[in-house]
Design a protein around this ligand. Sequence first.
Ligand SMILES: [Ca+2]
Ligand SMILES: [Ca+2]
Length: 496
Amino acid sequence: MWSQLLIAIILSTDPSHHTLHGQAGAAIASPGGVGEEVRAFGRIEPCTLGATLFIPDDSRGPFSVVAPGFEPGDQVFVTGTVVPVAQLCDQIFILALDVDGVEPAFAGCGTLMKTARPRLLADDGRTFLVSTAGGFPNGAELFVRGIVTPGKPGEDPMIEVETIDACFSATGRLEQVGGCSVLRTTDGQGIALENTSDALPGSFIETKGVALEDCSGFPCVGSCVAKNTIASAFGGVGRLTEITPTGSQLDPNIVVGFAPIAVENPGGFDVGDEVFVLGPATFGINGPVGVSENQILPGYSGFGAITGIVGGRARFEDDAGRVFALQSQGDAGVGDRVFVTGILGDSAAAGVLDGELTLNTVNQTFFGESFVQLGFECSPLGELDGQLWTIRGLPSATFNTTWIVEGVKRTACPTLCPFACFGVTRAGVLKPERGDMNCDGVVSISDINGFVLALTDADEYAAVFPLCNIIAGDFNGNGQVGVTDINGFVDRIVGD
Ligand SMILES: [Ca+2]
Ligand SMILES: [Ca+2]
């Protein structure tokens, strides 16, 4: 049975990249053919059943390895040979390395300190002696790569320097452009990367490495970075919900339903502002929890449709009639109803368009009814389109009720539950109780604004609460909301 499964997986494999944390479409590690010699810097990552993964910095692999004494996250230099043995790792078969040697290594940026012996104060807080300063001045920001040897008692460990160069550091989204892996930054620049490690196209990453002057070895034009390391970052749109002297909270909506994320730098933005945040992130079991040294720019999110392609760029018209040019259109085509987020920027065609959206996401949306139920640790679960989903972002977790939802089907879900995630962006209970004007399932003072709107401007009410039924404000049963319903509403709010 296992061999049949292995064959099935190999046959269904796209060898151009591998998915370590994806779901369906599991891939076998490649390239890196059997019999190939590997001598590479990289890092150790967890596998299952005690095995470990080696992820080289040269975009080969990953490979399963036996590396006693090393732990996930360790930077290493590994020598070995690819063998025709596959290890099941996180539901993916990974080719194994017959390891000749594993040595601790360092690859990263830091500040050169020219004391009696040159040292590197690494960005991760560690201090190393370096075998050479490479002619750089004191205080230089450098990218150093080499094998680490333990220091004498009381001394720092020593990096036997393999390369030492000026440090290049950037954060952005990994994209495939032709045959080229590019880091797309917030200013629109595309930087070709030598190493993409196990990062998936579309993911936000932080990379550190060496900026090359000659990029002729890369399959794309522009700037390029070699020997680079990859770390996960957070990039996305949300609303600032809180600003404190020590930082801010972001309620992110490209990742609908994630817990709020702590944002180190709120810039000049205020609570309630929609912003795009990008920076190195710390991650918890359910996704990102904090972003530091972040960029913060005006953000946008909205529902609408792709209306056409102009000059090679998709046009997006949102439900308010605003028209934007998109940097990328994802899998969506003209006419598709979508939910779009991105950085809101001025357009060169100002006056024609309402702006351009860069580093944007385009998700096709679902609109319909969902029965919400208890799923124990996966709660709440919802039925949509004949399938069970982990529901994220519902305004309340009222079980065994039917909601009208509009949102985004997400293939990856940042939980340990076996169901894919549905991110709710707008929701309303199917049959709101009388007085529940925002149709969140409960009657409270938060319904007052909705009632006033229903009373004064039914069209505006429908625009602000597109999933709600205005008839929830009809207390005297005459089929419409009017001044004769005010007493009933007030009685209901104050508890009769
Ligand atoms: Ca309500
Ligand atoms: Ca009425």
